[in-house]
Ligand binder design. Structure first.
Ligand code: GLN
Length: 554
């Protein structure tokens, strides 16, 4: 029976098989980090979803931080935020973009969360008389969380990506929990995929399998037997080479598949389908009678992505620009919106610290649009303010996100209202003009982790504004991650001088969107639209921004 599940924007046909138990798929990685386990996991999930199954993905990460909210983006890339306000690994962004579903707090587990739970329980006396140990207490808690979404949300398939590389000391308890589940779950409910790298040695003109053999041996020494080996490779794997890997790694012939470097991450599900990954999985998990994957929407997206009719140049002004992963969701949102606008979006990373009055025209003058990125702290702030001023004064389409919106307000206060020392109290607590100030609810907060304003909140739009035209609805829900906000003490004065407030939170009156009606396209949001953009549902703000950038063709 096909039923329809309604998510925020999505309508996905789902074939529920009431007799089916939840299936658990684990994805580990070996040989090197950054092989793209998240993309492989998301691609498999996409294929299974496209065959009518209810699928979700979760990531277990080895570090001891409770979540990545307190990490510098240089350490770990972007911190992704879910609808329910979890600060998570950026791979959850890939999961949401590939699947068009929402993930939640339960989809991202760290070693820190596991230990925190066990140690809290120990203090409560739950283990009185016992020595608390990695096995069984830590691994029991890992297993409980690995199975949790299957129990509470009734998914058909849960894919668990185990972060880190097999052999790392840090990820061993996760692998040990997998080993136990391998025997505790019915055989047809458990499947393990190992992703490795097959390096190509140019001098020898050869692909090398030895690192893969060692990595699989390492996994097997920990007691986990991979069902499928996915090999990342620059070059096609010959049937002989696949056979050799299968033989040495003790997997079924045919269960060694390749993942050749793809031109777009969104091509990977199709590559995995061509390798029959989904069919192997469905066979091993004994899920009968599934239709073939319906990937029509993804294919249409890829065709458009491959054949842009024009290009636009967008400046991304931020302070973590050396690391592409730091702005992952923003970069992906540009790809999605570019497809809608039939254009290739060329994103030029501009280091905020390098922007100043003297060079701003040279750095940003040739751009069709300017985005000022989110961020924390003082570094690069004056450059961001300069970029905003340049966009405002020269009619260049502008999108400000979170800190980008806050700097748009500061710029307006300084250069239009004439308050030279206007600032956010995040960096200047003693300014006479705190146009961006700490939220009331934050004033008593001393704990740093997980205490920002996080997750989705309602925002009411003002009819007749740019925001209203872009969204085409009265009320939206968008995700947040901030402590500071527009100071409503300046609201009337700013509005009188030409800054329009086009979106506010209906419950607490917080300003969510500002814009300049006198400008061709100038809009800035306290929330993060980039977290909700997907290939099949590009975010309207990015689509609008790219549309304006196209009109501003230079
Ligand atoms: N640092 C700002 C705040 O905490 C903006 C945060 C952001 O850009 N995500 O309010």
């Amino acid at each position: 029976i096909a039923i329809f599940l309604f998510f925020d924007y999505f309508c996905i046909p789902v074939f529920t098989n009431r007799d089916m138990t939840t299936k658990y798929i684990f994805v580990t990685g070996g040989v090197a980090s950054s092989l793209g386990k998240g993309i492989i996991a998301a691609s498999l999930a996409k294929l299974l979803q496209a065959r009518g199954l209810r699928v979700t993905i979760q990531k277990f990460v080895p570090y001891i931080n409770i979540d990545p909210g307190t990490l510098n983006p240089y350490e770990h890339g972007e911190c992704y935020v879910t609808e329910d306000g979890a600060e998570t690994d950026l791979d959850l962004g890939h999961y949401e973009r590939f699947l068009g579903i929402h993930t939640s707090k339960a989809n991202n587990v760290t070693t820190g969360k596991i230990y925190h739970t066990v140690i809290t329980r120990e203090r409560e006396g739950a283990y009185l008389g016992k020595t608390v140990q990695i096995v069984p207490h830590i691994t029991d808690e890992i297993k409980r969380r690995m199975l949790l979404l299957g129990k509470t949300e009734n998914y058909d398939v849960i894919i668990t990506e185990v972060g880190g590389t097999v052999g790392d000391m840090e990820s061993q308890p996760f692998v040990e929990a997998m080993r136990q589940l391998q025997w505790e779950l019915p055989e047809e409910d458990f499947l393990s995929i190992h992703l490795t790298l097959i390096p190509y040695l140019k001098a020898a003109k050869e692909l090398k399998t030895k690192p893969t053999q060692h990595s699989v041996q390492e996994l097997q020494a920990l007691g986990v037997h991979p069902d499928i080996i996915v090999c990342r490779t620059e070059k096609e794997l010959s049937p002989e080479l696949r056979h050799k890997i299968a033989l040495f790694c003790n997997v079924k012939p045919g269960h060694v598949i390749q993942s050749v470097d793809a031109w777009s991450i969104y091509q990977v599900p199709l590559n995995m389908e061509a390798e029959k990954l989904d069919q192997m999985v469905v066979d091993k998990l004994e899920i009968p009678n599934l239709p073939l994957p319906d990937l029509a929407a993804l294919k249409a997206f890829l065709t458009k992505l491959k054949n842009p009719e024009l290009t636009v140049d967008i400046a991304l002004v931020g302070k973590y620009v050396e690391l592409q992963d730091a702005y992952k969701s923003i970069l992906e949102s540009f790809i999605h919106a570019g497809v809608t606008g039939k254009c290739e979006v060329r994103v030029h990373s501009v280091h905020a610290e390098r922007v100043c009055k003297e060079n701003v025209a040279e750095l940003l003058g040739g751009m069709n649009g300017i985005l000022v990125a989110p961020g924390f702290g003082e570094r690069g702030l004056e450059g961001k303010i300069c970029a905003v001023q340049f966009a405002r004064e020269n009619g260049i389409p502008f999108l400000g996100i979170c800190l980008g919106m806050q700097m748009a307000v500061v710029e307006f206060a300084r250069n239009v209202l004439g308050y030279e020392d206007a600032a956010s109290t995040e960096v200047n607590p003693s300014t006479a003009h705190p146009v961006i100030d700490l939220m009331e609810s934050q004033k008593s907060t001393t704990i740093k982790g997980g205490t920002m304003r996080l997750g989705a909140y309602r925002c009411r739009l003002v009819p007749g504004t740019l925001a209203y035209r872009i969204y085409g609805q009265d009320e939206i829900r968008e995700r947040h991650r901030h402590r500071y906000e527009f100071n409503n003490a300046y609201l009337e004065e700013m509005q009188a001088a030409g800054l329009a407030v086009s979106g506010t939170n209906p419950d607490i009156g917080l300003v969510e969107i500002v814009e300049l009606p006198s400008h061709p396209f100038f809009i800035a949001t306290q929330f993060h639209p980039e977290y909700k953009s997907t290939p099949e549902n590009p975010h309207p703000l990015f689509v609008g921004f790219i549309g304006a950038a196209i009109s501003n063709g230079k």
